[in-house]
Ligand binder design. Structure first.
Ligand code: SF4
Length: 529
């Protein structure tokens, strides 16, 4: 549904801020693609855009693709911004630019909802999810589009049920320019890991859309031109297992009907390995990747962070089980935990080797507001505020330099090309072979699709196979794939692998932040090519 009953139309400019260069946005892979320029379409802002009254003209600008222009600001009567902590400086910059045109600026999304005081310059703070605060914001702008005299904070008390969410306005985004499509089925997570702000922000009882909404969203994504990979951005896809089981048959049916046009990915807790009935359906629905916050292989550390649910099956066994359903595991890893010892880096590297996981996001512990970790460290006097020279706001128990040094060594070792491609080789030969055989669709046989593949192969062969300094390792891997006729495995592994190797090399010499949450202003942007 949309907001209703508003006669006066306002022109709204929705601006999504640039990401500071980070490991998880794959920007070094973009030059190997056929024109990808940004990571994922932002769900939140596209949802708000769709919720605005039907007679309100909306423009959407993702500054990862292009900057909002003077003409955009001149056109608008109000500006909406949304983003995460990592985009804080960019959001404040958008506000400054909009104010130069005397426009009122509203900010919503996860960062302002957790930390309203990060955003003193904005005219309207929208704290919380879509709901009564959103209606109030729309009503105020309809009444008066000028900037209020002082900041207005609107907090959602009454959330709109997710079953009443409109379909995100994917049609406003240039979806073909994104690395991944995105979709959301649920919000919230029943667990309470010490470092995580999801339960505090979105609750422990996951809220849900209906399977029919998800199917309608997939149809819309397809209509807008998304094929390839689509990521369920749910905090935990099995936060409500019954709901996941309800959705999956619909996804299977949709994939069969459309010829498996989309490869699906999601985030879920590792204890999904105990649920063969879910894994089997996911396999049938063509889920090919699951991001699991493994965090650490150390049982004491998992206990200390209240992530015992990661030990419901032995971790390596859990990974192998997921792999046996054709799904690659991507793992989050945290360093700088209170339980870390000087040898933690080495233990982690053994885990990387044994698990054969190619892609691990390795970050330093960061205390986020609205988390039990934040409260504990505040009590212990171990939160560090306003020190831009650090990559974490946590006073570690080990010396800071030692932790950062260990992180750099881990990045270097984990993404050493030979080792990385050996892990990919295992995934291609074992995990990917467990996937269902999907039919070749007319879309896949189309000249446009063949051309896409050829462009990517040309880019990979030229930029990695000829110009790359790890070309020997690459060719050993690539020839193996070509001999097996595994072009898809070759393209996917080479593209992601190139990003991982390039990013890790820069990280190991201190050119990248050791935390995805760090707001240190690096070059703020390896421009997406
Ligand atoms: S399981 Fe994941 S989403 Fe849930 S509280 Fe833990 S870290 Fe957060």
């Amino acid at each position: 549904m949309r907001a209703e009953g508003i006669e006066t139309a306002r022109r709204i400019l929705c601006v999504f801020p640039r990401y500071t260069s980070s490991f998880g946005t794959f920007e070094y892979a973009y030059p190997l693609t056929d024109g990808v320029q940004a990571f994922m379409p932002p769900q939140g802002l596209l949802l708000i855009a769709a919720y605005l009254p039907a007679n309100w003209p909306v423009r959407f600008v993702d500054e990862n693709l292009r900057a909002a222009s003077d003409e955009d600001f001149e056109w608008a009567e109000a500006v909406f911004v949304s983003g995460m902590h990592i985009q804080r400086q960019q959001m404040n910059d958008i506000c400054r630019r909009a104010h130069a045109f005397d426009l009122p600026v509203a900010i919503g999304g996860p960062s302002v909802s957790a930390c309203p005081d990060y955003y003193p310059s904005f005219d309207y703070l929208h704290v919380g999810e879509l709901g009564d605060a959103t209606n109030e914001l729309i009503a105020r702008l309809a009444r008066d589009p000028s900037r209020p005299e002082r900041q207005v904070v609107l907090t959602t008390d009454d959330r709109l049920p997710m079953t009443e969410f409109p379909l995100p306005a994917y049609e406003l985004a240039e979806v073909r320019k994104y690395f991944l499509g995105s979709i959301q089925y649920s919000s919230g997570c029943p667990y309470q890991c010490e470092f995580c702000d999801i339960p505090g922000l979105y609750g422990r009882n996951p809220r849900l859309k209906s399977p029919q909404q998800i199917i309608a969203e997939l149809d819309k994504l397809l209509e807008c031109g998304v094929t390839g990979s689509v990521y369920f951005v749910d905090d935990n896809f099995i936060g409500n297992r019954k709901a996941a089981l309800e959705l999956l048959p619909h996804l299977v049916e949709w994939q069969k009907k459309t010829g498996y046009v989309m490869r699906l990915a999601c985030e879920a807790t590792l204890n999904i390995a105990k649920r063969p009935e879910i894994l089997e359906k996911m396999r049938e629905a063509f889920f090919i990747t699951i991001f699991c916050g493994i965090e650490t292989p150390d049982p004491d550390a998992l206990k200390a962070m209240q992530k015992d649910h990661n030990m419901m099956v032995p971790i390596l066994e859990g990974i192998r089980t997921i792999n046996s359903y054709g799904m690659e595991v991507v793992s989050g890893i945290i360093m700088g935990l209170d339980t870390d010892r000087p040898e933690t880096g080495e233990v982690l590297m053994e885990f990387v080797e044994e698990s054969r996981i190619p892609l691990l996001t390795i970050n330093l512990l960061q205390a986020l507001p609205k988390t039990p970790l934040w409260d504990r460290l505040e009590r212990e006097g171990r939160l560090i505020h306003d020190d831009d020279s650090r990559d974490s706001n946590v006073q570690f128990l080990l010396p800071y330099d030692q932790v950062v040094d260990s992180w750099r060594k881990c990045m270097e070792a984990a993404y050493e090309p030979e080792k990385l491609f050996a892990r990919y080789e295992h995934q291609c030969d074992y995990t990917y072979r467990q996937r269902i055989k999907v039919p070749v669709t007319p879309e896949q046989k189309s000249w446009a699709n063949i051309k896409r593949g050829l462009i990517m192969l040309r880019n990979i062969f030229w930029k990695v196979g000829v110009l790359g300094d790890y070309r020997k390792v690459f060719w050993k891997f690539a020839l193996g794939r070509l001999r097996r006729g595994d072009i898809e495995g070759l393209i996917a592994s080479a593209m992601i692998g190139h990003h991982l190797i390039t990013f890790a090399r820069a990280a190991s010499v201190g050119q990248h932040s050791a935390s995805n949450y760090s707001i240190r202003l690096r070059e703020a942007a390896v421009p997406a090519e």
